[in-house]
Design a protein around this ligand. Structure first.
Ligand code: FEO
Length: 410
């Protein structure tokens, strides 16, 4: 590496500028991007994130010009997507004494991706610190920003935040720092936020709360510009754009229950909508007159339809309600199916079929994965017998997702 890019006395940028048209999340990044990796030359040399796999060999060669690879003691992987962990395989072979530092969720992914089954890992969680000999690193878990295993690393002495994808821009540039940029970077910064982070904005708010008390002098993300001028204003953009506005939306949770378990799920769904400041109503379709239910459907923005399964079928009046959907204009409304079951849960699938046959926007697992990459949210919501703690957690995520969809429609 001919030109050394320094963030402070002994912190080096060791990334790669990719000035091609880069295929990314079903888009093409026409301004390219950068894969920012950092080397902290302390008594225990530490690399934070790597670069895209296509540049692995070049990355390792460049590092060699600054540090003896066998002396690297830690490789911190904040996020496992291969544009940041892609060179880990090449690096780990040469930096054979390095311990890989990541969250618990990242360990198996990295082992599988880079055949690191026999490698030493150090699992870190929220608030954990690591002394790298002259500097302390602090770790902050940031799940779903934008995948489940992500974290931020904060260098206490230099007051530098290494947040990987968070606070990034997709711009190939050779200026590296925002105060050196040849153009205003705000549009690119906001565009990146909207594309990658906004679908997870509830989690952005959680992250902002966690970093609020840190003294941050510089943000060194893993794409685009390193932010060292007006740092707080870039955090504020995330904060402001991810906040809820006044929500004037209504949720309706309908259920038809056999043993009370589907009612229990309905109650959890309702509570979670309320936690998201969305007014919600719950109705037992077997106790409330049909015309009242139809009126409530017409007034709601999102409707969850739940039924227990008995003899492979929907129970009670729910099917009659579902048959009426074709007579209603459900455009701009969101619908989801759910229910408790004991064997196969056919009723939930039949409810889903009815929703698909109407003009409501039906929530599906496929859409969640395609729009957010989250894999713990499933639609329809199928729960065997009573909801477990894990089911409750997944319902919470499902309602946060649904609330975000409603907000997107404002
Ligand atoms: Fe830049 Fe999520 O990878």
């Amino acid at each position: 590496m001919s030109k050394k890019i320094m963030l402070s006395d002994n912190i080096y940028w060791v990334g790669k500028v990719d000035d091609r048209d880069v295929p990314f999340h079903r888009l093409t990044l026409t301004k390219g991007t950068t894969y920012n990796s950092y080397l902290l030359m302390t008594e225990k040399p530490t690399v934070i994130d790597t670069v895209d796999m296509s540049f692995g060999r070049e990355f390792v060669e460049n590092l060699k010009s600054i540090v003896e690879l066998e002396k690297i003691e830690y490789i911190v992987i904040n996020h496992t997507e291969p544009d940041h962990s892609g060179a880990l395989g090449s690096l780990a072979i040469k930096a054979k004494n390095a311990v890989i530092v990541c969250t618990s969720l990242a360990v198996d992914q990295l082992k599988e991706m880079y055949k690191l089954h026999n490698r030493e890992f150090l699992v870190v969680g929220d608030g954990d610190t690591l002394d790298i000999g002259g500097k302390i690193l602090k770790f902050i878990e940031t799940p779903y920003l934008h995948t489940a295993e992500t974290m931020i690393t904060y260098c206490v002495e230099d007051k530098i935040l290494f947040p990987c994808d968070i606070f990034s821009t997709h711009v190939a540039n050779y200026e590296y720092f925002n105060d050196m940029a040849k153009e205003d970077i705000n549009d690119d910064y906001i565009g990146y936020y909207k594309l990658i982070m906004h679908p997870h904005r509830r989690y952005v708010q959680n992250m902002i709360k966690k970093i609020r008390n840190l003294d941050i002098k510089m943000i060194a993300p893993s794409h685009g510009y390193i932010l060292r001028d007006k740092v707080q204003s870039f955090i504020d953009i995330y904060d402001n754009m991810s906040k809820n506005g006044e929500i004037d939306k209504k949720a309706l949770v309908l259920y038809s229950t056999m043993t009370g378990r589907t009612k229990k799920i309905a109650t959890i769904i309702k509570e979670n909508f309320e936690n998201q400041n969305i007014h919600s109503e719950i109705m037992d379709v077997n106790k409330i007159p049909k015309e009242e239910i139809i009126k409530a459907i017409n007034e709601a923005d999102v409707i969850f339809f739940g039924s227990s399964t008995k003899y492979a079928d929907i129970i009670g009046n729910m099917e009659d309600i579902l048959k009426s959907l074709n007579d209603l204009n459900l455009e701009n409304k969101i619908g989801a199916a759910y229910g408790s079951y004991g064997w196969s849960g056919e009723a939930i699938e039949v409810v889903q079929d009815y929703l698909k046959g109407s003009n409501i926007k039906v929530l599906t697992t496929s859409d969640v994965i395609k729009s957010t990459g989250m894999i713990d949210i499933e639609f329809p919501i199928r729960i065997k017998f009573s909801p477990s703690l894990n089911n409750v957690k997944n319902i919470e995520s499902a309602i946060i997702y649904t609330a975000d969809l409603l907000l997107s429609a404002i």
